[in-house]
Each structure stands twice: as C-alpha cells, then as structure tokens.
Write a protein that binds this ligand. Structure first.
Ligand code: DER
Length: 235
C-alpha cells in the first residue's frame, strides 16, 4: 500500500462518523482531501443529506466546492459537530503538530469549536514527543517586523538548540503567505523543549505571534492507517 492509500483508508474510516444534518469542520492537506471527496460522493449518492462544511483553508474551500459540499463559516455556525483533519505529528496523548501546510490558524479556530475532532494519519505521523522529530513546529506571525519576531522566537528556548526560520517558497524564495495574509516561522529543536503547555504559553506571549501549530488536548479521536490495517483510538 502506498502512503496515499493509507491516508485514504484513514479518511474513509473517519467519514463513518459523519451523520446527515451535521455541521462539519473540513481539514486541510493531502489526507483531509480524501475525506472531503468521500463526503461529496455520499452526498451525491443521497446517503448523506443536509451537511454543512466549514473549510479550514482556501484550498479546502475549493476542494469542497468541487466535491459539491454546501459551505458555511463559524459566524453562521459557531458550534461544529465534527471536524476531520490530518496532522504532521501525533503523540500518545493525541497532542498534535499541525500547520506544515500553512493553515494552522483557521484549523485551530474551527477544530477548537467542534464537539468531536477526528485526526486521520498514516502511521508515519506517530511520535513519542511532538516537536522532537527535528521537523518544523510552525508559528504564524504578522508580517510587520517579522525578523524581530523570528529572533524573539529563536531566543525563547535557549537550552533546546532552537533554530527559527521564516518559511520561504519558490525560486525567488519569497515569504510564504497564509490565507490570513500572515507569514509562517518554522521552529526546529535539537533537544526536547519541555512542558508543552508552558512552551505554548511562552510562544503566544510574544507580540507579533498570532498562533502556533501545537494542538494540545484538542483531538478526541485518532484514526491511524498502517500496513496492518486501520486502528481507532478514542481519548
Ligand atoms: O497543515 C496542516 O495542518 C495539515 O493538516 C497537515 O497537518 C497534514 O497534512 P497532510 O495530510 O498533507 O500530511
């Protein structure tokens, strides 16, 4: 099985949680898109009716429109029944790193407003400690004096060998711009940065930081697809 097939298996299992009439948070990324397409298929076949989707990014909005899912937003539907989204890292307590696709702020707003948050991953995303893999912990920052904010972030974890880099894209290496017009700073750690909630508070206290990609205590269900099949873990 390819990694994409595993992602699709996890996504299809998650869509079994969707019931007619639900308000759904629609995640962003290469795993979540399989759930979006599946929900679209079930709507077309008449097996689901009356669902409303709240997209977590402009890309998801396009994919959901293409799939034929009626869309809304948090202002019209402030209470979300169920959200389905991928993640970059998941620890045994279902804490997550998200946002390597750049949509962490809208994801956190929408997934923070839902009763059930189902995370769908292939087994490569499972870790013992989030942030400890050497891969990026993304932080969304406002563009104003962003290098000042990058420096403040870098200085925040002096004992963890923290490197902070503005995410850049394309040949010209221009800053990556989020759907909210902000930038992303990637944090890389050589060593454990300690208590997750404390690290979260410290990052959020820096003026210029909008949000970070640690999703602590938010996921209620984890669906993992691996070579031996699909497993479901409820919190
Ligand atoms: O950027 C994000 O938050 C995505 O949801 C990411 O966490 C998962 O993306 P993937 O399914 O493409 O790996």
């Amino acid at each position: 099985l390819t990694q994409d097939e595993l992602k699709r298996m996890a996504a299809h299992r998650a869509v079994e949680y969707v019931k007619s009439g639900m308000v759904l948070g629609l995640g962003t990324g290469s795993t979540a898109v399989h759930a979006i397409r599946r929900i679209g298929d079930l709507l077309r076949e008449g097996k689901l009716t009356g669902v409303v989707g709240i997209p977590t990014s402009k890309m998801t909005e396009e994919q959901a429109t293409e799939a034929g899912i009626p869309l809304s937003d948090l202002e019209s539907h402030p209470s979300v029944d169920l959200a389905i989204d991928g993640a970059d890292e998941v620890d045994p307590q279902l804490n997550l790193v998200k946002g390597r696709g750049g949509s962490l702020l809208r994801e956190k707003m929408i997934e923070g407003a839902c009763k059930t948050f189902v995370v769908i991953v292939d087994e490569s995303k499972l870790v013992d400690h989030i942030g400890g893999t050497g891969l990026a912990l993304p932080v969304e920052v406002i563009p104003f004096c962003c290098n000042f904010t990058v420096e403040r972030l870098r200085e925040l974890f002096p004992d963890s060998g923290c490197r902070a880099e503005l995410r850049r894209v394309g040949e010209k290496q221009v800053p990556f711009v989020t759907d909210n017009g902000n930038y992303i700073v990637n944090l890389y750690f050589e060593r454990d940065f300690g208590d997750l909630n404390e690290a979260s508070d410290r990052i959020l206290r820096i003026p210029g930081v909008v949000e970070h990609g640690m999703f602590l205590g938010m996921a209620t269900t984890l669906i993992v697809a691996g070579k031996l099949g699909v497993t479901v873990k409820e919190k």
